[in-house]
Design a binder for this molecule. Structure first.
Ligand code: FAD
Length: 406
């Protein structure tokens, strides 16, 4: 039993434990995590770690010795399978039970799997954990060169960029008419599509996958709905996540796409909070729309919000959303959430590989996507925070610093 039990030893779980101690919490804290590793950073799994520019020991959120120093207990390689809200008790995959005073659910999500035949063949990979990434890297080391990436979201695109650098022949398949369709405007999609094609990726949009084909054991290719078969020795699937909230929902917590939380990150169960990728909330920066935000920023800031609440300093969650993605030598930084935008303004020239897309609604700046434009990102987020309504001609003039438009 512990006073605070955190389920999930990822970004949110780690930050919640850290923030509890930083805010003077003196009770017992236990973190229960399904993966065998102490908390590590996930973004490098499709970037520097995958590209072998960073070794795993550089990914730890804190050195493994830190946790014992702070008297934060860990149970790794252990899954929580059941929650009993009345008894304030968890059941673990080991068969043990574990009591909690407060419970923080920080379980992220599991990679969404293809529903077609062949999805279970050897050589079909997801990208969520260190283990996933190590398996892919071993495959490439074994000489695999023809790779199909399914899904043109950030993870699929980042993986394609790394694989191309490693000398692989990459085909990227996106079902929608453009990549990044769910998160970005058309200008950004078009820019990244061109970038990947210029780097040799065979990028195809609006294509439906019929099935994964194999030799009975290992993948040999991907068949499209029109009958074409693309040869592949490995397939990487990046088509989103399914929030890992099964035990909480079975215990009666409200939720559909993830678990529902209120403005204090509380679920509908007593003494149970939820944070990070698995939590659905009415987002201030998206016009109050209920959504899950899958970012390190959101996991960390929700974690801090909950830790403070547990320490007696309860305030509504209202943290500014930001995100990044690295592909080739391009650093994308996004500020705000563009949901519901009705127009965009481009600053700079995409052909120069340094530009920003500003998203507006009724003249108000909602969000920015900044490609190799650090200044726009830093200054632009102030426009979003202020709900600024700048003159559009000024906004389009990249020689005018955004801070002058406040
Ligand atoms: P996680 O970090 O996923 O941690 C959840 C943990 O809970 C996992 O270890 C999981 O195994 C464990 N768990 C699940 N169920 C149970 C259970 N029942 N019992 C015990 N443990 C359980 N975000 C950015 O902002 N920028 C980026 O560039 C970026 N790149 C990314 C690249 C990749 C390849 C991936 C996978 C993600 C990336 N993200 C990025 C997203 C970011 O990593 C997530 O938003 C963040 O990790 C969410 O933190 P979390 O604590 O909610 O979940």
């Amino acid at each position: 039993k512990a006073d605070v039990v955190i389920v999930g030893a990822g970004h949110g779980g780690a930050q919640c434990a850290i923030a509890l101690r930083q805010n003077g919490f003196e009770g017992t804290v236990a973190v229960i995590g399904r993966e065998p590793e102490y908390p590590y950073e996930r973004p490098p799994l499709s970037k520097e770690y995958f590209a072998r520019e960073k070794t795993f020991d550089r990914l730890y959120i804190r050195p493994p010795t830190f946790w014992a120093e702070k008297e934060i207990a860990f149970k790794l390689d252990t899954e929580v399978t059941r929650v009993d809200p009345a008894a304030h008790e968890l059941t673990l995959s080991t068969g043990e039970t574990f009591g909690y005073g407060k419970l923080v659910w920080a379980t992220g999500g599991d990679p969404r799997r293809l529903s077609c035949s062949g999805a279970d063949l050897a050589g079909v990979f997801a990208v969520r954990t260190r283990e996933d990434c190590d398996l892919m890297m071993a495959e490439i080391d074994a000489g695999t060169r023809n790779i199909v990436v399914i899904g043109g979201g950030y993870i699929g695109l980042e993986a394609a960029a790394v694989l191309t650098k490693l000398g692989c022949k990459v085909t990227l398949l996106e079902a929608l008419p453009r990549v990044l369709a769910r998160v970005a405007g058309e200008e950004l999609s078009a820019f990244y599509e061109k970038e990947h094609r210029d780097h040799g990726v065979d990028l195809r949009t609006g294509v439906a996958v019929d099935c994964i084909v194999g030799d009975g054991h290992k993948v040999t290719g991907v068949r499209l709905a029109d009958g074409e078969e693309i040869p592949a020795e490995a397939v990487i699937v990046g088509i989103g996540i399914v929030p890992a909230v099964g035990p909480l929902i079975l215990a009666g917590a409200a939720g559909a796409n993830g678990v529902d939380i209120d403005e204090y990150c509380r679920t509908s169960l007593p003494d149970v909070y939820a944070i990070g990728d698995c939590a659905a909330f009415a987002c201030d920066f998206a016009g109050g729309n209920v959504m899950r935000v899958e970012s390190v920023q959101n996991a960390n800031d929700m974690a801090t919000c909950v830790a403070k609440a547990i320490c007696g300093d309860e305030k509504p969650y209202h943290a500014f959303p930001w995100f990044w993605s690295n592909q080739y030598d391009l650093r994308l930084q996004t500020a705000g959430i563009n949901l519901g935008f009705d127009r965009t303004v481009i600053r700079g020239n995409p052909d120069d590989r340094a530009f920003s897309v500003v998203y507006l609604r009724e003249g108000r700046v909602l969000a920015l996507d900044c490609v190799n434009m650090v200044k726009d990102y830093v200054q632009g987020r102030k426009l979003v925070e202020a709900g600024a309504t700048p003159d559009l001609a000024d906004l389009a003039d990249a020689s005018k610093p955004l801070k002058e438009l406040l």
